[in-house]
Design a protein around this ligand. Structure first.
Ligand SMILES: *Cc1c(COP(=O)(O)O)cnc(C)c1O
Length: 394
């Protein structure tokens, strides 16, 4: 297929395969395995001498392969491996490449389960982990141990306080020390952040978020070079069982067709909502990288060309006021997903980040009044009215 397609064409057509029936919509190959015409053919497939043929759904499936080819083309990586969830992708990318004695440098502000993998799981198997402030390049430089540091890991935009990591600069620092750069790009979305062009080696997503975009299924994906995906990731994933199901792959394929349109519409609304909230006397900080008041606004524009689809803001009056505000919302739902068509309000301190000790919450800016808002596809004016109603009652 043509490789010079623009993004929206890639998102609709790339990776499509048709069976002998010529179906228009991508087929769901809801099968655990495949029938071999002969014993010789079975042998050849296991020896991998028989081209791009399938063996068993844990190893690969035509519907999943369509999704992997589509997202690899979007990311600009050679290949991709789809996983059962975002966490299977983060774990698969890191655990498949690391061994006892290796060192990892990671940003401190991470999604709770990512933090658990780095702090609790990798260290159990003899991998050393150093945490740094993601926005402080000097800390990244100081933490590198050339030859021993095998990977750096960070979320390109942190949850929930929307702090960016400078992908280009951190990649240069990591590569100088011989480390691979693994980026969890969920908050930046595949539309706004082409991490690979900025130097990242491996990009992971929870496809549960913007890629599905309609809150239907858990999924994840690891994008990288053919060498890394097929020699490092695939053996680990296929033997440990974290592959994406064919049905989920079909959902993700269809989600991708509208991904660019949805992310741009959501980001346009997010800017309007953030502008409407900024300066409201009932609020403390309004954090949105698309506002010039965001300390990394210039980096956000250079790295993403957008402020993205997420906002965080602090209601004066702490937890009680924040609870009153989100309880009064009528359109925006209280939940913890993001990137969904439906706008979602989350109170990180008592839900997604509840597990963290108070001191760590404070250090990460997760205050009792902080609300995280995932802006959906509703009309921005309706969302602003809903938030104002919530704040009136806070
Ligand atoms: C949601 C999320 C994950 C985990 O993804 P699941 O699909 O829930 O397993 C990982 N990283 C970030 C930044 C996320 O937002």
């Amino acid at each position: 297929m043509s490789k010079d397609w623009k993004t929206r064409t890639t998102l609709v057509h790339e990776g499509s395969r048709r069976s002998q029936y010529g179906e228009m919509a991508e087929a769901i190959f809801l099968t655990q395995g495949f029938v071999y015409p002969t014993a010789e053919s079975a042998e050849a497939r296991f020896l991998k001498t028989e081209g791009d043929e399938f063996i068993y759904a844990r190893y690969g499936n035509p519907t999943t392969r369509m999704f992997e080819e589509r997202i690899a083309a979007l990311e600009g990586t050679e290949d991709a491996f789809a996983t059962a969830s975002g966490m299977a992708a983060v774990n698969g990318a890191l655990t498949s490449m690391l061994r006892a004695g290796d060192h990892v440098v990671s940003a401190r502000a991470l999604f709770g389960s990512c933090l658990y993998i780095l702090e609790e799981i990798l260290t159990r198997y003899g991998v050393q982990v150093t945490f740094v402030e993601g926005a402080d390049l000097d800390q990244w430089r100081a933490a590198m141990r050339p030859g021993v540091t095998k990977a750096v890991f960070f979320e390109s935009m942190s949850n929930p306080t929307l702090e960016l990591v400078d992908i280009k600069s951190v990649s240069e620092i990591a590569h100088a020390a011989g480390a691979l750069v693994v980026v969890d790009n969920v908050f930046s979305t595949p539309i706004f952040s082409r991490a690979v062009d900025l130097g990242a080696d491996v990009i992971v997503y929870s496809t549960t978020k913007h890629i599905d975009g309609q809150g239907r299924a858990l999924g994840g994906v690891i994008c990288g070079t053919t060498e890394f995906i097929r020699k490092t990731v695939e053996p680990y994933m296929k033997h440990t069982g974290g592959s994406m199901s064919p049905f989920t792959s079909w959902i993700m394929l269809n989600g991708m067709a509208t991904l660019d349109l949805r992310c741009r519409a959501m980001a346009d609304s997010a800017l309007k909502v953030a502008q409407a909230l900024e300066g409201d006397a009932r609020l403390g900080r309004v954090i949105y990288p698309g506002l010039t008041s965001h300390p990394q606004h210039d980096l956000a524009m250079a790295q993403m060309g957008s402020g993205g689809t997420m906002i965080a803001f602090e209601v004066k009056g702490g937890k009680e006021a924040a609870f009153r505000a989100i309880n009064a919302l009528e359109i925006i739902k209280i939940s913890n997903n993001l990137g969904d068509a439906k706008s979602i309000a989350t109170h990180p301190a008592t839900t997604t980040h509840q597990r963290l000790p108070e001191a760590q919450k404070a250090a990460l800016g997760i205050t009792p009044g902080l609300i995280r808002l995932s802006v959906g596809l509703e009309d921005a004016d309706d969302l602003i009215a809903d938030l104002r109603r919530g704040l009136d009652l806070a």
